[in-house]
Design a protein around this ligand. Structure first.
Ligand SMILES: Cc1cc2nc3c(=O)[nH]c(=O)nc-3n(C[C@H](O)[C@H](O)[C@H](O)COP(=O)(O)OP(=O)(O)OC[C@H]3O[C@@H](n4cnc5c(N)ncnc54)[C@H](O)[C@@H]3O)c2cc1C
Length: 306
């Protein structure tokens, strides 16, 4: 309920202006976002790599409405990949890309050609790309783009959202050799016709999808902070004889860092999703919507003007 209210309010331009301009927002943002610049992304990558973690870097931005902005986002990814390569960090780092940040909302061909350039740069740097999944109106287009990119860049990763009713079927399609699939619960406000609404139904769907991916031939990336689902993931790894290099856990920057370290210390591959850049509004609102405690943290910061 609270989640729906926050996600709905997040689409109001007035709320956006209020949050974006409030001086306190910056402090809260730094809990979930590495910083505004490429250098911030590199610094967090170095630090996480030293702690035995991997990262996937997301240059923040979504719902891009003009070609200039889409090209700017693409160029930033090219710069980032070149700098990761020069710093010798590509064994530990890949990038996550939102097709709407590359122009998908107004020109699907442009978005795909931008994504292709990023995949080419990633391959040259010795790493790869995962296509983030956005709201359900983009799912088909994103999976179609993924299939075309995979023909030339087979390691390009997909994201599937357990809250969508279609996702079990999508997992079956994508549980094939070489396919990297990140399984997450899903972060957008979706109608009942396409998505499970209650936590228990979403969690059950997550387990069904995890079973398909972990027993399949692909490379599952279990993206969740949920202790119960992480325990089930560990169990399925044993059950399906998956070594640490055959799948990975993923979590978001700033969320449950002790758990990230604990899993890495046990020998699991753990990747942290690290967003950076100054277009943080949509990302921050989804994190606030996920957890009342995150909202309380925001409210406390406002009250104490930190
Ligand atoms: C690596 C990664 C990539 C993602 N990519 C996408 C994407 O492409 N598209 C998309 O729609 N969504 C994406 N998401 C977001 C995802 O869909 C969920 O919205 C988000 O991960 C919250 O779901 P959860 O599985 O952590 O479970 P929740 O139901 O939110 O949380 C379950 C439990 O986890 C624990 N927990 C959660 N947050 C905290 C916290 N801050 N501190 C302590 N404990 C906590 C609590 O015990 C909580 O009860 C991604 C998530 C991750 C981790």
């Amino acid at each position: 309920m609270l989640r729906s209210v926050i996600l709905a309010a997040a689409r109001s331009p007035q709320v956006a202006r209020l949050v974006e301009t409030a001086p306190v927002s910056r402090g809260v943002v730094r809990r979930f976002v590495a910083g505004p610049a490429t250098e911030d992304a590199l610094a967090v990558t170095r630090e996480r790599a030293a702690g035995g973690l991997r990262v996937t870097l997301d240059y923040l931005g979504e719902d891009t409405l003009n070609a200039e902005q889409a090209m700017h986002t693409k160029d930033e990814y090219l710069t980032l990949l070149a700098r990761l390569n020069a710093a010798g960090l590509t064994p530990q780092a890949e990038v996550s890309v939102k097709l709407t940040a590359l122009g998908q909302m107004f020109d699907e061909k442009l978005a795909e050609s931008n994504a292709r350039e990023i995949c080419t740069a990633a391959a040259a740097a010795g790493t790869t790309v995962t296509l983030d999944m956005e709201d359900h109106t983009t799912t088909d287009a994103t999976l179609e783009t993924l299939a075309r990119l995979r023909a030339d860049f087979p390691t390009t990763g997909a994201v599937l959202q357990a809250y969508l009713r279609r996702t079990e079927a999508d997992c079956r399609e994508l549980a094939v050799a070489g396919q990297r699939v990140r399984l997450c619960k899903g972060a957008y406000k979706e109608p009942e016709a396409v998505a499970f609404q209650s936590k228990i139904d979403v969690d059950k769907s997550y387990v069904r999808c995890m079973n398909i991916l972990m027993s399949g031939a692909g490379y599952p990336m279990l993206a969740t902070h949920d202790p119960r689902l992480i325990a089930i993931g560990e169990d399925r790894a044993k059950w399906f004889d998956r070594e640490p290099g055959d799948f990975e856990f993923q979590m978001l920057y700033g969320i449950r860092p002790e758990e990230q370290a604990r899993l890495a210390a046990l020998g699991y591959s753990v990747r942290v999703y690290v967003p950076y850049g100054d277009q943080w509004y949509g990302y921050l609102m989804r994190r606030l919507a996920e957890r009342p405690a995150n909202l309380a943290f925001f409210a406390r910061s406002v009250a104490t003007k930190k």
